[in-house]
Ligand binder design. Structure first.
Ligand code: PLP
Length: 389
């Protein structure tokens, strides 16, 4: 039994605020009764602001992977070509899913250190004179690499190519942490999850659906059931669901949306940006390298740090977990053992960040990693010089 509190600094699930815990600590109600209708209708309406959309949002009692599948099976038919971009492990898993479901993913190669290359996507689409590509899928913030992609640039490239494919974007680790503008950026389907910027436990996921995507789904005769957007429309109109919703998590979602609105979304993004920059200052002072190559693509939700000689990240994480009771994100797939990931998203403040960075610095020292002391100090200096109003 360890004393004190555990530091959950993986890039999601994130720390759940007390207010959300308390909101969920209540009896389950009748999901076909009037109280539920009020809750459900309010959530479906208020979620739109978080996605920056006027379009419909649907909620699944599922992890993010379910919402990935929903986005694909509603809009595509088996054999349909889909352009996907290799930003990291999550883009890879989504591509694998598309193949398993019988779609035809074209996986544009990336280096796991850069975001989606909009120009290359545009060039590929210009080649596709027959419009065989039905959708372009991009992960806004690849949680495995700490790299964000410029979604507005992808949309511009699609428009300049005059290509009618749908733009489907995974915002599972960006929504509520990094600015995302569904309508302004012309996104057709947005995929999201509860356990990161929305500060909830895992278990809910979302699709926000443009009219164009909804029309594609209406015209898509492919078999689907649990994920079928068409089954949501009727019950959702009065705040209900076609099956039993995750009532308790929805109480938590109500509270989380209220918290985001009270702070103001733009302030939430500024808070994340400041903590991310402080983290990067710490990494630089340690003399370590950030996995993301291009500063314009740095993630404000997490930082993936390369180990000296690109090995030993798992031993370092174990030292930190055993010694200081802090969980950091593991390196996945191509960057396994090469990187550790510091999550700085969700319900987070200056002292939580400093506890996290001190824990990393103490761990680097204890694990005998070649580093320069002074990262935590560099982060503190940055925070002090860049106080938010
Ligand atoms: C960017 C991204 N996409 C998809 C997923 C998969 O979501 P889940 O694990 O909730 O099914 C994750 C999970 O961390 C993620 O970070």
């Amino acid at each position: 039994m360890k004393s004190g509190r555990h530091f959950l600094q993986i890039p999601g699930p994130t720390n759940t605020p007390e207010r959300v815990h308390r909101a969920m600590h209540r009896s389950v109600i009748d999901h076909r009764g009037p109280d539920f209708a009020t809750l459900g209708a309010g959530l479906l309406e208020d979620l739109k602001a978080v996605f920056k959309t006027e379009s419909r949002v649907v909620i699944y009692p599922a992890s993010g992977t379910g919402a990935w599948e929903a986005a694909l099976v509603n809009t595509l038919a088996p054999g349909d070509r889909v352009l996907m971009y290799e930003t990291g492990q999550f883009a890879t898993l989504w591509k694998n899913m598309a193949a398993k479901l019988g779609f035809d993913p074209v996986f544009m190669q990336g280096d796991w250190r850069s975001g989606a290359n909009a120009e290359a996507i545009g060039a590929q689409l210009r080649e596709d004179k027959a419009h065989a590509v039905k959708a372009v899928c991009v992960v806004h913030n690849d949680t495995a690499t700490g790299v964000t992609s410029d979604i507005a640039a992808v949309r511009r490239a699609m428009d300049e190519a005059g290509h009618p494919a749908l733009l489907i974007v995974d915002t599972i680790s960006s929504l509520g942490s990094i600015d995302f503008r569904m309508d302004e950026w012309g996104v057709d389907v947005t995929v999201a999850g509860s356990q990161k910027g929305l500060m909830l436990p895992p278990g809910l996921s979302f699709n926000a659906i443009s009219d164009k995507a909804m029309a594609a789904a209406e015209a898509n005769g492919t078999r689907r059931s649990y994920w079928d957007w068409r089954d949501m429309v009727g019950p959702n109109a009065s705040g209900f669901f076609p099956y039993t919703p995750a009532t308790t998590l929805l109480y938590g979602l109500r509270e989380a949306l209220d918290m985001l609105a009270e702070e103001g979304l733009e302030n939430v993004f500024a808070r994340h940006a400041r903590h991310a920059e402080a983290t990067r200052r710490a990494v630089a002072a340690w003399g370590l390298e950030i996995l993301c190559r291009n500063p314009a693509e740095y993630s404000n939700a997490l930082t993936a740090v390369l180990m000296p000689d690109e090995k030993g990240a798992d031993a370092l994480r174990k030292t930190i977990l055993d010694g200081f009771d802090m969980s950091l994100g593991t390196g996945l797939n191509k960057v396994a053992d090469k990187v550790f990931r510091i999550g700085h998203l969700g319900d987070f403040n200056d002292l939580m960040l400093m506890g996290t960075l001190c824990g990393v610095e103490m761990g680097l020292n204890r694990a005998g990693v070649a580093y320069q002391p002074g990262g935590a100090q560099a982060a503190m200096d940055y925070l002090a010089a860049n106080d938010l109003p």
